[in-house]
Design a protein around this ligand. Structure first.
Ligand code: PMP
Ligand code: GLN
Length: 394
């Protein structure tokens, strides 16, 4: 655009700080500089062939090529309910308690837009996944952070209790947690449960990394704890579990009244999406336990590969308990600002990563932290480690 034309400010004030997502910024930087992209969290190999072929065959046979039902096709809702029962012993009604969405992203947006009124407070663990802050802003809510601090990123239960006020509407929890890799312990789950029950709060539990928990930890959905089923909206995504992040099939699970509120907003966001992929994900969810176990084991191996590589270079590494991501403190290498470091990393080493600080309100807590994705092929991870080994020290 010509520089003589002043740029107009189209966004209303409450949306002006949103900008471009860090994932888009960093992936564009990786493409423009030919860098290895350990930024945006997507696998660089597709999920199982049988699942991909199921999508092809749905397309060919005309399954889902026209609008699917607003709440999702019955095959997928049944498969989601069966998945919850198989892995967590959680009984959910596929017809009234499951809603298929355009990825977990839409489930988060529809939930926040449905439940948050202007001025309502939403308590969330920071660093936040970036769409949380954006959706809270769109609903004109107020975000109230509970800060997870390096290196262990444990929940400060007293801070969580202290964050509750009469205006608190939602408790937004994410475990396994992006970007820190923290996975809740039994004691933390119990603390969240008691805060929620004692204060009669609704809990939004983003569990998209449910099958990416390592070292034989168990993932326990918050909704399965006593007193939680009636107040929890559980959010899941096929993107992570089956390595098809572009398909954007997600879901929300909640008791019928709460789910109905979410469905009300969801129907005016996308109405429906991903018809043929819904059939494929229904089949994917039914894959045998072996698929899930070897998927977790493989990602755990990659976690170890990248974590030890980064440690050998000299970073302080917080070895993640789950997710696709490992976090490092960059200060041992003489850097102190993660955003500046990540913007310069392509030129310094030909690698792209994600700075934590964009996910924090408490900028100081996030400043020296950088997130690296390990859901990549081994030779890509090894090449990245090799390049980073040559990083100039300051
Ligand atoms: N929640 C978290 C914590 C995530 O990391 C992501 C994406 N990586 C999402 C939600 C969005 O998932 P989807 O791609 O299914 O929309
Ligand atoms: N959730 C992915 C990540 O954390 C990115 C998804 C996106 O680009 N919105 O890297």
């Amino acid at each position: 655009m010509s520089s003589s034309i002043p740029e107009r400010q189209w966004l209303p004030p409450h949306l002006r700080t949103l900008g471009t997502t860090i994932f888009a910024e960093m992936s564009a930087l990786a493409t423009a500089t030919g860098s290895i992209n350990l930024g945006q969290g997507f696998p660089d190999t597709d999920g199982p062939d049988v699942v991909r072929e199921a999508a092809v065959s749905a397309l060919r046979s005309g399954h889902g090529n026209q609008y699917p039902p607003g709440i999702g096709i019955p095959e997928l809702r049944n498969a989601i309910a069966a998945h919850q029962l198989r892995w967590y012993g959680q009984s959910v009604d596929a017809d009234t308690e499951v809603l298929v969405t355009a990825g977990a992203t839409e489930a988060i947006a529809a939930t926040i837009l449905a439940l948050v009124d202007e001025g309502d407070e939403v308590i969330a663990l920071e660093p936040y996944y970036d769409s949380y802050g954006a959706c809270i802003a769109m609903a004109r809510g107020v975000r109230v952070p509970v800060t997870l601090r390096a290196p262990s990123f444990r929940i400060d239960v007293e801070a969580l209790r202290a964050a509750v006020t009469p205006r608190t509407r939602l408790l937004l929890i994410n475990s396994p947690h992006n970007p820190t890799g923290m996975a809740l312990t039994d004691a933390e789950r119990e603390a969240i449960r008691s805060v929620a029950v004692e204060n009669d709060l609704i809990v939004v539990s983003d569990e998209v990394y449910e099958h990416l928990v390592f070292d034989d930890r168990a993932h326990v959905p918050l909704a399965t704890l006593p007193g939680m089923a009636e107040r929890t909206i559980t959010i899941g995504s096929a993107g992570k579990t089956f390595s098809f992040t572009g398909w954007k099939i997600g879901w929300a699970i909640a008791e019928p009244g709460l789910l109905n509120a979410v469905r009300t907003t969801k129907q005016f966001l996308t109405y429906v999406s991903g018809g043929p992929f819904q059939y494929a994900v229904a089949q994917a969810l039914e894959l045998p336990d072996d698929y899930y176990r070897s998927f977790t084991a493989e990602l755990q191996r990659k976690r170890n590969l990248l974590s030890s590589g980064l440690a050998s270079i000299g970073f302080d590494v917080s070895v993640p308990e789950g997710t696709y991501f490992v976090t490092t403190d960059i200060r041992p290498l003489g850097f102190d600002d993660g955003l500046d470091f990540c913007r310069r990393l392509p030129e310094l080493a030909g690698v792209v990563a994600i700075p934590h600080q964009v996910f924090y309100d408490d900028l100081e807590a996030g400043r020296p932290l950088v997130r690296w994705a390990f859901c990549k092929q081994d030779d890509v991870l090894l090449e990245a480690i090799d390049r980073l080994s040559a990083l100039p020290r300051r």
